[in-house]
Design a protein around this ligand. Structure first.
Ligand code: G4P
Length: 528
């Protein structure tokens, strides 16, 4: 198989959802279809207990497993599907944001009862920034959910994306009878507790067919005809290009736990979801079929066992072919580097691989060479764009409890921030170190790891900030003055870029209004 054929085979995506909407269940069903797992429950048992708010040791205990399940690769209908896992716990949302930079599309799971939830909103914002193609799976149709038209309207409004129903449900909750596939004109009948099989799919010529009345009753058949007519009138046919540019999201209804409506979605997914696409770099775009290899690091997993300090860096291949034991150019360090034991995350075992193609994710053993966003090439000096850092939500001052260990602390904090566990800011005009995270749990992880891995004892003091904004200005003097006058609220990030730390939305808006020459950015490209 040549490179082009390898590229066209690959679909690299992530499933995203608010916790509890059904991401793990859906993942599992997809893996069952792909033959990557044999029994239900295999993914579930790896799942981090999402309700444990301070039980991060549990999370760490499971890390060994979660590395293995970070990328699940399976074949389906001749396609090679890379499903990148995202952490369920909201405190690790930043990890999810970064994983989204490595995928070509996403499937968004929405709970039909709860509709759009907090985490759904935030994850979609990240997808919208990159115009990532989205397929929506409305889950838990076996429960009494919201009115489906209201639900679609809510999703469109709240997530700022047009929807295109591909299937349409017949009732919900205990009256749920199945879904009608608008594109294929077939009816998939639902029986609670049993897996839908081929016999439950009724091919019908058109909606006026009396078979529908016989199967679901006259009243529901009439409602279905009315609904579908309305939907077809409003939406027409799906324009694939609108999906690929992130403007329109095809929608499927189903029940993951009953394995219902999942295959419908998968069958459409493999045909419309994008294969690896060109990516923006600092010197122009790089196409997957470019002869030269390139890729970037989007995630780093530390080994928590202090006897094994190695880390695993996750490389997304973007162009060319990655080969084992070949020297590549580490752009930031300007150094040649090779990997003798790169491994793939093929289901069930971690295998050393000889080569990998665009869309693939390779695990590289790292002894401290990498940080998130690093680019590897065959010699070219560019880096991939679109790997931003977002503002943390909780800020705390880092207090060293053992001055004798200042050096170890410095090293530890540098490495942990390289891994993307937290963000580090240093207050202007002082040496106060500020750690920013998305969730409380991360502070516990940092405290624990600094002590265990670096022997540095620290504590955290809460700070009253709620958001960090990166500052730029064409007027250097104005920016300098601002940083001087607002010393209490300004800092530099790890790379020396100025940041404004806002106490509240009101303060932030006031500063934005008072300083028209300064631009307040809500995310930062890791490399600028
Ligand atoms: P998550 O990864 O997005 O956090 O969600 P997960 O798949 O764990 O699903 C959350 C809960 O919702 C699970 O129940 C799961 O069984 C249930 N669920 C998933 N899909 C459906 C569906 O289509 N219909 C209904 N009624 N429930 C669904 P749990 O009680 O938290 O876990 P478990 O005891 O079932 O393992």
């Amino acid at each position: 198989m040549n490179n082009q054929q390898e590229i066209e085979k690959r679909k690299t995506f992530a499933i995203i959802s608010h916790p509890d909407a059904g991401k793990t269940t859906l993942t599992e069903k997809l893996l069952l279809f792909g033959g990557a797992i044999q029994t239900a429950g295999a993914v579930k048992s790896n799942k981090i207990k999402k309700h444990a708010t301070s039980d991060f040791m549990e999370i760490e205990r499971q890390r060994g497993i979660s590395v293995a399940t970070s990328v699940m690769t399976f074949e389906y209908e001749g396609f090679l599907i890379n499903l990148l896992d995202t952490p369920g716990h909201k405190d690790f949302a930043e990890d999810t944001y970064r994983t989204l930079t490595a995928v070509d599309s996403v499937v968004l799971v929405i709970d039909s009862v709860n509709g759009v939830e907090e985490q759904t909103r935030r994850l979609m914002e990240v997808c919208r920034m990159r115009d990532t193609p989205v397929i929506v799976f409305i889950n838990k149709m076996d429960r009494d959910g919201k009115n489906r038209f209201d639900l679609l309207e809510e999703i469109e409004k709240e997530l700022n994306i047009a929807l295109h129903p591909m299937t349409w449900p017949i009732n919900s909750g205990k009256d749920f009878k199945g879904v009608y596939n608008i594109t294929n004109n077939n009816l998939l009948l639902f029986t609670a507790g049993t897996k839908a099989d081929d016999e439950d799919v009724l091919q019908i010529d058109d909606l006026s067919s009396t078979i529908i009345d016989q199967k679901i009753g006259e009243r529901d058949a009439a409602q279905l005809r009315e609904d579908v007519e309305l939907i077809e009138g409003v939406h027409g046919n799906l324009i694939i290009e609108d999906y690929l540019t992130g403007k329109v999201a095809p929608v499927f209804f189903g029940s993951a736990v009953n394995n219902f409506g999942v295959q419908e979605m998968l069958n459409t997914f493999i045909h419309i979801a994008p294969t690896p696409r060109s990516r923006a770099t600092s010197t122009g775009s790089v196409a997957p079929d470019d002869a030269n290899f390139s890729g970037f690091i989007f995630k780093i997993h530390a080994n928590l066992d202090p006897r094994h300090r190695d880390r695993i860096a996750f490389l997304r291949v973007c162009s060319g072919k990655f080969e084992r034991s070949k020297y590549y150019h580490h752009v930031r360090l300007n150094k040649a580097i090779r990997f003798n034991n790169p491994y793939s995350f093929l289901a069930r075992s971690k295998d050393v691989i000889e080569d990998a193609y665009p869309g693939d994710v390779v695990g590289l053993f790292d002894t401290g060479n990498f940080k998130i966003g690093d680019t590897l090439t065959e010699g070219a000096n560019f880096y991939f764009l679109g790997i931003p850092t977002f503002s943390p939500e909780i800020f705390k001052e880092l207090v060293n409890k053992d001055p004798m260990k200042a050096k170890q602390l410095e090293k530890g904090i540098q490495q942990l921030t390289d891994e993307g566990v937290a963000q580090l800011f240093t207050q202007f005009g002082g040496t106060k170190k500020i750690i920013g995270c998305v969730g409380e749990l991360q502070f516990e992880v940092i405290q624990y790891r600094l002590l265990q891995e670096y022997g540095a004892a620290v504590e955290f003091r809460s700070l009253p900030f709620y958001k960090a904004c990166w500052l730029t200005s064409t007027n250097a003097k104005k920016l300098e003055d601002f940083l001087r006058f607002k010393q209490q609220n300004t800092a530099e990030d790890k790379d020396g870029h100025p940041v404004y730390l806002a106490q509240s939305e009101w303060f932030l808006n006031t500063e934005i209004n008072n300083n028209p020459d300064i631009i307040f950015h809500f995310s930062s490209e890791i490399h600028k």
